[in-house]
Design a protein around this ligand. Structure first.
Ligand code: ADP
Ligand code: ASP
Ligand code: MG
Length: 416
């Protein structure tokens, strides 16, 4: 069994869906399971729909129409005959979504989010599956919610591995081609859950783990894992081979080409991961597997934008030690700040965080009661794995450096 994952960018339009077909014809497709994300930026568009449902009801239907129109244009391009059943199947999904809005009584944003957001993946997989059948690639459409079982921590659900393993074994016929949705799962009451934004890579890894797959290939808009995000760095170079350990580190520091949870299940069963270009499917891309660190061994650059650097010092020149540090961390936890770097000295403590839930003012207010607080918003966190002095010097050029930290393999700095 080989697991493929096609992300939103690979199926953003009809050309993308046709290209997926071409890739399957090249690689072969028996005994494959294909995980597909929502098309293009559909997940963002559905986030707007959800926000309108709660905060701006008058815009709800028009934002939903935008999502429908986008998919309809793709359908009309792919299928000559408007009486093809795919039109009914997709419009039935949108009807189901509308009736959820009519019926729903839950005020829980996270719950509603998960019930709505998954329609992006449901619609995209229906289109891809029907299209492949239409062009003669017979396949089985699987509802991933019958396969991946989770707790009910909506928007960031945790996999129930035992239940998932059992469900996948019952649901999945491994001798044929299966098409299913990334990102989604379901809880014990069969409500839809999601694995966190960009979670479809992780879906592919969950299936690979449970099916003891031979390999996973994720098809991206880049040639593979590069030594830097090409959106922010010129001349990014392809990494041909990296170890699980190295890939886990890169993903942890923020190399967003692989979802950080993807590697661990693959590493446990030593299932290789190939990151390949959907535009150049014949190129080898990057292979992530057991073994040596990184080839070629060159500095790797990672940027995380929109960070907040909070520098705390004691009001009375007393030391910042265990008890204050534990208090600071419990506040960071309460206000759901994701901590990316910490640094401390005798009387000061700095922490670089992500303010994902807009709790910064409350946190600062709380901290100010105890410490002298300096806060820098909208700073960036730069990481260089396998740094050398030249790489650091180049990166520092023209930046105001607020914090810098070096370990043997990794340099991190917070800068403006
Ligand atoms: P998907 O279509 O599967 O959702 P993503 O958009 O999540 O794909 O991932 C691909 C993007 O990741 C690339 O377009 C690139 O901008 C970004 N990226 C960040 N870091 C790296 C890196 N080190 N190597 C390659 N791409 C990277
Ligand atoms: N469609 C989801 C997202 O955009 C999941 C994914 O693409 O991985 O976050
Ligand atoms: Mg993505």
């Amino acid at each position: 069994m080989h697991v493929f994952k096609f992300g939103g960018a690979s199926v953003k339009d009809a050309t993308g869906v046709r290209n997926l077909e071409l890739i399957l014809r090249k690689t072969g497709f028996d005994k494959h399971l294909i995980v597909v994300s929502a098309m293009g930026k559909t997940t963002n568009a559905l986030e707007t729909v959800i926000s309108n449902y709660f905060l701006n009801k008058t815009q709800l239907q028009s934002s939903l129409q935008d999502v429908k129109k986008y998919h309809n244009a793709i359908l009309l391009n792919l299928f000559d005959d408007v009486s093809h059943p795919v039109f009914k199947r997709t419009s039935a999904l949108f009807d189901e979504l509308n009736s959820f809005f009519d019926r729903n009584k839950s005020p829980d944003y996270n719950f509603v989010y998960d019930q709505v957001i998954g329609y992006g993946e449901l619609v995209s997989t229906v289109i891809v599956s029907e299209y492949l059948n239409y062009v003669g690639i017979k396949n089985n459409w699987l509802d991933v919610r019958d396969c991946i079982k989770t707790d009910n921590f909506y928007r960031r659900a945790n996999v129930d591995w035992e239940a998932t393993q059992a469900a996948i074994h019952t649901q999945c016929n491994t001798s044929i081609l299966n098409i299913t949705q990334g990102f989604l799962g379901s809880d014990a009451n069969n409500f839809t859950t999601t694995l966190g934004r960009e979670g479809s890579d992780y879906t592919a890894a969950i299936f690979a783990y449970c099916l003891n797959a031979q390999a996973v290939s994720i098809w991206k808009d880049v040639p593979g894992v590069l030594n830097a995000d090409p959106r922010y760095f010129d001349n990014a170079q392809l990494l041909h081979k990296i170890s699980y350990r190295e890939a886990i580190e890169l993903a942890f520091y923020g190399a967003s080409v692989i979802h950080p949870k993807t590697l661990q299940p693959l590493q446990q069963k030593e299932i290789p991961l190939y990151v390949k270009s959907f535009n150049h499917p014949d190129e080898p891309g990057t292979s992530v597997s057991k073994g040596m660190g990184i080839e070629p061994l060159i500095p790797c650059y990672i940027v995380k934008k929109n960070q907040v650097l909070i520098a705390l010092s004691s009001l009375d020149f007393s030391y910042i030690v265990e008890d204050n540090i534990s208090e600071i961390f419990s506040l960071l936890h309460v206000y759901k700040m994701k901590v990316n770097v910490i640094q401390n000295s005798a009387i000061s403590f700095s922490v670089c965080v992500e303010n994902n839930y807009n709790n910064l003012p409350e946190l600062l207010q709380h901290l100010k009661a105890k410490f002298k607080v300096e806060c820098h918003e909208e700073v960036s966190l730069y990481t260089i794995r396998h740094y050398d002095q030249e790489a650091i010097a180049q990166l520092e050029l023209g930046k105001v450096i607020l914090l810098k930290q070096l370990t043997q393999e990794t340099m991190q700095m917070v800068a403006k």
